[in-house]
Design a protein around this ligand. Structure first.
Ligand SMILES: NC(=O)c1ccc[n+]([C@@H]2O[C@H](COP(=O)([O-])OP(=O)(O)OC[C@H]3O[C@@H](n4cnc5c(N)ncnc54)[C@H](O)[C@@H]3O)[C@@H](O)[C@H]2O)c1
Length: 374
């Protein structure tokens, strides 16, 4: 483990000249000026955030920057997935231009995954690429979306279909901001934490089985440990496969199902992204067991941990009606991982042993969904 002078843990993302560091700790936001000043060519920046996060944390960030003479203005969008849209993209890009952001300036994304994806994509397009710093404030954004450079917005035809790879210059993760996150949003992000254990690290999953309740209940030492292990896992995968030609696809464990469920529920409050992912991971393990790839007990062990943590885990946990199995399969066909009309699945031979395959009998998917809907 590496720590910096301010006692934050440092995880490197190694990508040649686009390498950067992820700093993880407590009390980082008030210290933002000292931590970030080296990234600014001139002492000014624009912060993109959403109304909720801005109301809670913008002033602390701006005061922290001001302590080192960095002036900032803010571009604020409504909270929620619907901000990952063309109209909001246009609004952010135009606001950054109106704020006279120059090619060598650095923009800050302060918020959850929606803000990171939207602001990152705006920066990728603005003046053919302006640098940005991620300050993720939701657990999901801290452990997943802020690292790795995937940015983008949704199309009415599907999620994340418009976007660009644009790596941040730095990621600053202050665990303290999680104190203001709702319990539901925290658990939604926890789904992505468990994902790292399930896809490639059985020891981490075991640690989560023991420590999950402590970190859910606010233990900062456990939270730092979980975020660091998750970020290290993601950084390793991204460093080896930045553009998702192979291993990075494992990060989509549960997502083929999740994206269909999010589309079916209209990207609404009915189902948060991380909730869809945890249900999707349950379905992926169920499918793996049905295909004889993993032991029959494995999906039950996963389900038991999800239930113990209070995570959503079955289709019955989604309020309201859903399409039938054929309807969900049609939505899965819009997935970005579809090639020549064949959908890719991330399946598992056991906990910590996931792999990508296109060789999945459609009847097995149909059966798993029919059973889950019954
Ligand atoms: N780029 C990637 O690699 C990647 C990876 C995973 C997910 N994503 C994307 O991330 C998005 C989901 O991210 P999310 O779950 O963070 O959603 P989000 O950004 O909508 O944040 C969830 C909610 O929590 C609020 N919030 C955030 N931080 C808070 C805090 N500290 N205190 C109080 N409220 C806070 C937000 O205002 C919002 O209402 C999806 O669009 C998904 O596609 C991207």
């Amino acid at each position: 483990m590496t720590t910096d002078a301010g006692d934050a843990r440092i995880v490197p993302v190694v990508l040649g000249e686009r390498s950067y560091e992820v700093a993880i700790g407590t009390g980082l936001l008030p210290d933002a000026g000292a931590r970030l000043e080296a990234f600014f060519r001139r002492p000014r920046t624009v912060i993109v955030s959403d109304e909720t996060v801005a109301g809670l944390h913008l002033e602390t960030l701006q005061n922290g920057l001001r302590a080192k003479g960095i002036v900032s203005e803010a571009v604020i969008v409504p909270p929620g997935e619907s901000s990952k849209s063309w109209p909001m993209f246009e609004r952010v890009v135009e606001a950054l231009l109106a704020a006279k952001v120059e090619r060598d300036d650095v923009v800050i994304a302060l918020g959850g995954g929606v803000i990171g994806d939207l602001a990152g994509f705006a920066c990728a397009a603005l003046r053919r690429g302006v640098d940005f710093i991620q300050i993720p404030t939701s657990l999901l954004a801290q452990v997943d979306s802020s690292v790795g450079g995937k940015t983008g917005i949704n199309s009415p035809l599907g999620k994340n279909l418009i976007g660009a790879f644009h790596q941040p210059r730095h990621v600053m993760i202050d665990i303290d901001v999680l104190d203001t996150l709702s319990g539901r949003e925290f658990l939604s992000g926890y789904g992505e934490v468990v994902k790292y254990g399930l896809l490639g690290d059985a020891d981490f999953f075991e640690w989560l089985e023991r420590s999950g309740p402590r970190l859910r209940d606010g233990d900062k030492v456990a939270r730092i440990e979980a975020v660091e292990r998750s970020v290290s896992a993601k950084a390793g995968i991204v460093s080896r496969d930045e553009k998702e030609h192979g291993e990075r696809a494992l990060l989509n464990l549960g997502h083929t199902f999740a994206h269909a469920l999010e589309a079916a529920t209209g990207y609404s409050d009915r189902l948060l992204h991380g909730e869809a992912v945890s249900i999707g991971m349950g379905l992926a393990f169920g499918l793996s067991a049905r295909l004889g790839l993993c032991a029959q007990e494995t999906p039950s062990r996963v389900a038991e941990h999800f239930a113990g943590m209070g995570l959503k885990r079955t289709l019955a946990d989604i309020p309201g009606s859903l399409p039938d199995a054929d309807g969900l399969i049609a939505l899965m066909a819009q997935d970005k991982k579809v090639q020549d009309g064949v959908t890719a699945f991330i399946l598992a031979r056991g906990i910590g042993d996931a792999f990508v395959t296109r060789d999945v009998p459609p009847e097995a998917v149909h059966d798993v969904l029919t059973e889950a809907l019954s």
